[in-house]
Write a protein that binds this ligand. Structure first.
Ligand code: SOE
Length: 404
């Protein structure tokens, strides 16, 4: 059991909006869900505005708050830095934290450019005793992890085709204001990097194969939007995790894509088709994929996240059909420490599983995946899709030098 005599792992978290709230939930609960060899201590949360970050510390359960991340990462009583800020700050914070001897967990996408991601991988390579993990959390949804196990076990035979989508609709109102996710300087790209990155990681994770090339097209449907009013202080609306924002005065340009459509090849030659959109009215968080193999198919939709569908093509066609696996059995990935069968999990549990895996890797000296090298590879795919779109949607090969 994780007890008060279990050695502590003191965490500093930078940023405290939606992702900060999700990560805080995980740090608060992980040691009460699984037996951990180290006891996470929520030492300090960092943000730019003293009043807001202090309110966030109270609300989210951090011992202290601070406003200068550089001072915090130098503190000898901090073991791990958890980066929940927009992408434009990831490289600077992560490389400094690794140089200061800390383990790092960094939200996705790893960075805003391949060059930044390469610098982060170099910083991680120079600190081999520390973990450098990127937060592609959907891997840790039990049904997604089960899909990977089933592909590896040969349940669908040889993978031939994959179609993956991440569909949201929170920008389909053209008066929805400009927030940082629509600013290329801050976010790197739009739907492509914010949600497309998740399905790139998921397809590679579930199939066990890297993408070797892509071609695609990006589109920005609404080019000007009302600028966002400054966010309400968290004290006034504790727990608020909206990503939409409130319109302020005037209009400004959207500098990222609203939707991305691309296709690629996997190492085996299998074909994969991807779609990422914030304009898919009615789809709130439809992270989904379907994989067709020589002997069957698998299908998943996060809006029904406790279910994995399986079609067994070895059963005679007049008796076959998609079966609905309710992924809540104690023998399913991550389920042994949760509820009795049928009592499903939710969005936040992926973050708890992420903390559990990370803490166990720190204690055992194993590798917490996905690593920064995995994050760099996704960044290369994102960059190749952008290059393809800019050059008339032509084919862009992806370098494959990282081990996986
Ligand atoms: C917004 O599109 C967002 O919050 C992403 O940034 C997250 O990564 C995803 O999990 C949910 O949607």
């Amino acid at each position: 059991m994780t007890t008060s005599s279990t050695p502590p792992l003191r965490v500093a978290m930078i940023g405290y909006a939606f992702m900060g709230a999700a990560h805080s939930q995980a740090w608060r609960t992980a040691a009460h869900v699984a037996e951990l060899p180290l006891r996470p201590e929520m030492a300090v949360v960092v943000g730019r505005h003293a009043d807001s970050v202090s309110a966030a510390a109270n609300h989210l359960g951090w011992q202290e708050s601070a406003t200068v991340w550089r001072q915090v990462i130098e503190r000898p009583d901090i073991d791990l830095v958890d980066i929940c800020t927009p992408g434009d700050t990831h490289a600077e914070i992560a490389t400094a934290a690794l140089a200061a001897g800390k383990h790092v967990l960094c939200e996705k996408p790893l960075a805003n450019s391949v060059a930044e991601a390469e610098a982060m991988v170099a910083a991680a390579a120079a600190a081999p005793a520390q973990q450098a993990m990127v937060g592609f959390t959907y891997r840790r949804t039990p049904a997604v992890a089960l899909a990977r196990e089933m592909v590896a076990d040969g349940a669908i035979g040889t993978v031939r085709q994959v179609r993956a989508q991440y569909l949201q609709d929170w920008l389909s109102d053209e008066n929805s204001p400009l927030t940082w996710r629509m600013d290329k300087e801050k976010a790197g790209s739009g739907a492509l990097g914010d949600i497309g990155a998740h399905i790139i990681d998921a397809v590679e994770f579930v199939t066990g194969q890297r993408l070797t090339g892509v071609a695609g097209r990006l589109e920005t449907f609404v080019k000007q939007r009302p600028v966002a009013a400054p966010p309400a202080p968290p004290a006034a609306s504790p727990g608020r995790t909206s990503i939409v924002g409130t319109a302020g005065e005037g209009y400004g340009p959207v500098t990222v894509d609203d939707a991305a459509v691309f296709f690629g090849t996997l190492e085996s030659g299998a074909l994969a088709a991807f779609e990422a959109s914030r304009f898919a009215l009615g789809r709130k968080n439809a992270f989904r994929f379907e994989i067709n193999g020589s002997d069957g198919s698998l299908a998943f939709d996060f809006e029904s996240m406790n279910v994995l569908e399986h079609y067994d093509g070895r059963i005679p066609a007049d008796r076959a059909g998609f079966s609905r696996i309710l992924v809540t059995e104690p023998t399913h990935p991550y389920l042994s420490s949760w509820w009795p069968p049928g009592h499903g999990l939710g969005y936040e549990h992926g973050f708890t599983h992420q903390v559990i895996d990370l803490v166990q890797a720190i204690a055992s000296g194993g590798i917490a995946r996905p690593t920064f090298a995995d994050g760099l590879h996704v960044q290369q795919v994102l960059s190749a899709v952008e290059a393809s779109s800019a050059a008339g949607s032509g084919w862009q090969p992806i370098p494959l030098e990282q081990e996986h």
